[in-house]
Design a protein around this ligand. Sequence first.
Ligand code: NDP
Length: 383
Amino acid sequence: MNPLSPPARASSVSRRNFIAQSAAALAAAGTVAQLGARSLGADAPPASDRKLGYAFVGLGSLCMNQLLPGIVQCKHARPVALVSGHPDKAKQQAEKYGINPKNIYNYQNFDSIKDNREVDVVYVVLPNSMHAEYTIRAARAGKHVQCEKPMAVSVAECQQMIDACKDAGRKLAIGYRLHYEANTLACIKAVKDQEAGKLQLIEAGAGFSIGDPSQWRLKKALSGGGCLMDIGIYALQAARYLSGEEPIEVVAQTFADRDDPRFKEVEQHCNFQLRFPSGVLASCVSSYATGLNRFVAHTTKGSASLDPALSYRGVKFRIQRPGQPEESPNLPDIDQFAAEIDAFAQCILTNTPSQTPGEEGLRDVRIMQAIYQSAESGKTIKL
Ligand code: NDP
């Protein structure tokens, strides 16, 4: 099967549906705590039983459909505050999650959250170009910060976010949920251990068909870019975590049908090739016009793959060893958002570093800027 062809089940028009659709048939086979322990490593210090209070900023699709339902499953975190431009929606969500209505903020009075001792962590779930401002304001209010991907829309902003958290003595983590997902971790380990031979090439595809032309994802000032910033970042992440290396060179192409009302400001497709120091090459494709949801590590004697690779549930690791039928271990399919939040809460409680700190978000933003530079100039960019 051509790994670049979209799997049939990844072709819906709704991003939420696309990502969620592989979940339905799969029941959770493990607990969040098990994955948290797994992703933190067996030698992680024991966390206290205290649940950290989270404030969510921006009550959109991800927050209401994934993060709030996820955090209620957490062992070390609970929702205690909401920040929204829509008080009615905030009130309704507060009621649903048992949040005290006095802990509802808006974007104007957000800074007064510094006086709220129930809030330990602020989770920024806003359009990309607002991540820097709210991360910095949260850090200055003395809160730890979890921020959605992409970290920000420029390298300078990422650095300011890192500096603000450092200056405030607070931790910063980026919402890279797949770093806490068991199948993804198993695939990374299989490639690292050369279970199917030495890594040669990586193919990574991430895409979906975007709907409403008026949404912020399609406005450059709010998104910072098109499919690359939003979904292509998963292909970039895959190339980096499957190779275990940092790329040294990138060459890229973008395309946008400017007659399509969705692609007046941002790219519709972005394909890029990365070269790593070992000689491994990664071919990455991303799109806002077709479904792509598969990562493959081609090795000297077989392959290791994730298919689906970035769905909210049901990510599947498969390994092809020489002379053997493809195997797909039966690994836990847990709530990735609960796992990601619990892992960060444990880092705070035990004062250990996050696996997905601001520096990790900055690396991706730097490479994505180089990808855009290559696409614009037609040149290979050294990293
Ligand atoms: P939505 O458009 O669904 O929600 C964004 C929310 O931000 C809005 O509901 C609104 O909340 C608030 N907001 C404040 N100002 C604006 C503005 N000018 N325009 C639009 N919204 C505004 O986006 P998502 O929830 O899908 O995405 C939010 C972030 O999460 C993005 O950075 C995205 O990349 C990331 N994300 C990550 C995913 C993952 O798998 N890790 C998946 C999906 C998204 P309110 O009405 O409460 O003020």
